[in-house]
Design a binder for this molecule. Structure first.
Ligand code: UD1
Length: 426
C-alpha cells in the first residue's frame, strides 16, 4: 500500500489547478441511466471513486468511454450510453466500496420499474442510513423491501409524482429523488431539499436532458416528470472541497497561491473563517488567490451545517489549522456522529484536542511534530497531510488509498508549490 512522506515547514508559492467535483460527477454519472441517449460529462476528475462508479454502470450495461488526458487542466470527458441495460442489480461488492453507488437506485427504478441495490452499510464516519431515499421512493409509489442486505424496489406501473418533505437535509436522498422524479408521472415537490452546489449542477444537467425543474439552488424543488429524457453535454462544477483543502494548505503553511478554476462563491463559509483566522482571500480572473504572511493563525469557532453552512467535508482540514492557531477553537460537527477520527492522529503529532460529544475543543499549540500516522477516511487523511505540511520533521501517512478517492495528484500539486511531499510506492 502506498504511503505519503512529508517534511513540514515550507511556505507554498505558485498556482494549483482545481478539478471537477467528485461529488457532482458521481450523481451525474448515475443520471446517464435516465436516458437511452448519450450523456457526455466534461471536467471529470481522475479519481478512484469515479472509476468505481464507471465500473458499476458498466456492470448495469452502460457503455462508458473516456477521453482527455490524465491530469490535463480541463480534466477528462466521459461518454455514458445507457441504451442497452442488461442488469438492474447493484451488487454488494461494488456498493460497499463506495456509498454513492446507491445513487443508481432512483434512476434505475424510474426508467425500468425495478432495481435491486445492496444496502451500503455503515462507514468510518457514522451509520449513514438510506431511509430517506427509501421513504421518498415509497411516497412515489414504489414497493420497497429490504431483504438479505439488498434494497429491492419495484414500480411496475412507473413512479408517480409526490410531495416529499425531508425531515433532515440529505444530499444523496435529494439527488436520488430528483433523478427519479425527472421520469415520474406528474409533479414532485421536494421540501427541505439539500442546496449544495453539486445538487444545482445535477439540476442543470437534468434540465439539459429535457427535465423541467423549478427552484434551482433553493430548498424547495419542483420537478415536472417527463416520459423520457434525451442525451446532453454537461461540464462539471469545480470541486469546492478541493478548493477549500488547498486554501487550508496555504493557510497552514503560509505563502501565496492562486487556485485556478476555483470559484469563491462555492466556498464562502470556509473562506470567511480563513479570513477571520488571518488569511487574505480574493477572487481573481483565473480563480481564487490566498495569502498568509508572517503572523500566526488565530483560533476561530465553527459549526458544520448543510450548504451554505460550513461543510462537514472541510471540518478535519480546518481542525489541523486550529491545532497550530493562537488561542482556542470550538468545532462542532452536526452532520455525522463519528467524524473526529483524525483527532487521535493529530494528537500523536502534538495537537491538544478534547472531544465532548459532537464538539471538539482545540487549544492551539505553537508547533506540531512529524509522526507516522494512519489515514481513516478521505477528509481525515488530507487533514493529516495539512498537519504534516506544518509540522517540524517527517510525517509518514499510511493507507493513502483514501486520498486517491478524492484528491487528484495531490502530492504533485503541493510539491509544485514548494511542499516537501512524496509518495512512497510499495
Ligand atoms: C454527501 C457527500 C459527502 C458529504 C455529505 C454531507 C457525496 C457523494 N457525498 O454524502 O461527501 O459529507 O453529503 O455534506 O456527495 N441520512 C439519514 N438518512 C438518509 C440519508 C442521510 O439519516 O437516508 C443522514 C446521514 O447519516 C448524515 C446526514 O443525513 O448524518 C447527511 O447525509 P447526506 O447529506 O445524505 O450525505 P451523503 O449524500 O451520503
Amino acid at each position: 500500500m502506498d504511503r505519503i512522506r512529508l517534511r513540514g515547514g515550507k511556505p507554498l508559492e505558485g498556482s494549483i489547478g482545481i478539478g471537477g467535483a467528485k461529488n457532482a460527477a458521481l450523481p451525474l454519472m448515475a443520471a446517464s441511466l435516465l436516458s437511452e441517449e448519450t450523456l457526455t460529462l466534461s471536467n471529470v476528475p481522475h479519481l478512484a471513486d469515479i472509476a468505481t462508479m464507471a465500473h458499476l454502470l458498466q456492470q448495469h450495461g452502460v457503455d462508458v468511454s473516456m477521453d482527455g488526458g490524465n491530469g490535463t487542466p480541463e480534466g477528462r470527458t466521459i461518454h455514458l450510453n445507457a441504451g442497452k441495460i442488461t442488469s438492474t442489480l447493484a451488487p454488494y461488492d461494488l456498493v460497499r466500496k463506495m456509498r454513492a453507488s446507491v445513487l443508481v437506485l432512483g434512476p434505475l427504478l424510474a426508467r425500468f420499474g425495478e432495481a435491486e441495490v445492496s444496502l451500503p452499510g455503515g462507514c468510518a464516519i457514522g451509520t449513514r442510513p438510506v431511509d430517506l431515499h427509501i421513504m421518498g421512493l415509497k411516497a412515489m409509489g414504489a414497493e420497497i423491501n429490504v431483504e438479505n442486505g439488498y434494497i429491492k424496489a419495484r414500480a411496475k406501473q412507473g413512479l408517480k409524482g409526490a410531495v416529499i418533505r425531508f425531515p433532515q437535509v440529505s444530499v444523496g436522498a435529494t439527488e436520488n429523488l430528483l433523478m427519479a422524479a425527472a421520469l415520474a408521472d406528474g409533479t414532485t415537490v421536494l421540501e427541505n431539499a439539500a442546496r449544495e452546489p453539486e445538487i444545482s449542477d445535477l439540476v442543470q444537467c437534468l434540465v439539459a436532458m429535457g427535465a423541467m425543474i423549478d427552484g434551482i439552488g433553493s430548498e424547495h424543488l419542483t420537478i415536472h416528470g417527463k416520459p423520457s429524457l434525451r442525451g446532453a453535454t454537461h461540464k462539471i462544477v469545480p470541486d469546492r472541497i478541493e478548493i477549500g483543502t488547498y486554501l487550508a494548505a496555504v493557510a497552514i503553511c503560509g505563502g501565496k497561491v492562486e487556485l485556478t478554476g476555483a470559484r469563491l462563491d462555492l466556498i464562502e463559509a470556509v473562506a470567511e473563517k480563513l479570513v477571520e483566522a488571518g488569511c487574505e482571500i480574493g477572487q481573481t480572473t483565473r480563480g481564487i488567490s490566498i495569502a498568509r504572511n508572517g503572523s500566526r493563525l488565530k483560533g476561530v469557532d465553527f459549526l458544520t451545517a448543510p450548504y451554505p453552512g460550513f461543510p462537514t467535508d472541510m471540518q478535519a482540514q480546518m481542525m489541523s489549522l486550529m491545532a497550530v492557531a493562537d488561542g482556542a477553537s470550538m468545532i462542532t460537527e452536526t452532520i455525522f456522529e463519528n467524524r473526529f477520527m483524525h483527532v487521535p492522529e493529530l494528537a500523536r503529532m502534538g495537537a491538544n484536542i478534547v472531544v465532548h460529544g459532537s464538539s471538539a475543543l482545540v487549544r492551539g499549540v505553537p508547533k506540531l511534530t512529524g509522526a507516522p500516522v494512519m489515514a481513516t477516511d478521505l477528509r481525515a487523511s488530507v487533514s493529516l497531510v495539512l498537519a504534516g505540511l506544518a509540522a517540524e520533521g517527517e510525517t509518514v501517512i499510511n493507507r493513502v488509498y483514501h486520498l486517491d478517492r478524492g484528491y487528484e495528484r495531490l502530492e504533485d500539486k503541493l510539491s509544485a508549490c514548494g511542499a516537501d511531499i512524496e509518495r512512497l510506492k510499495d
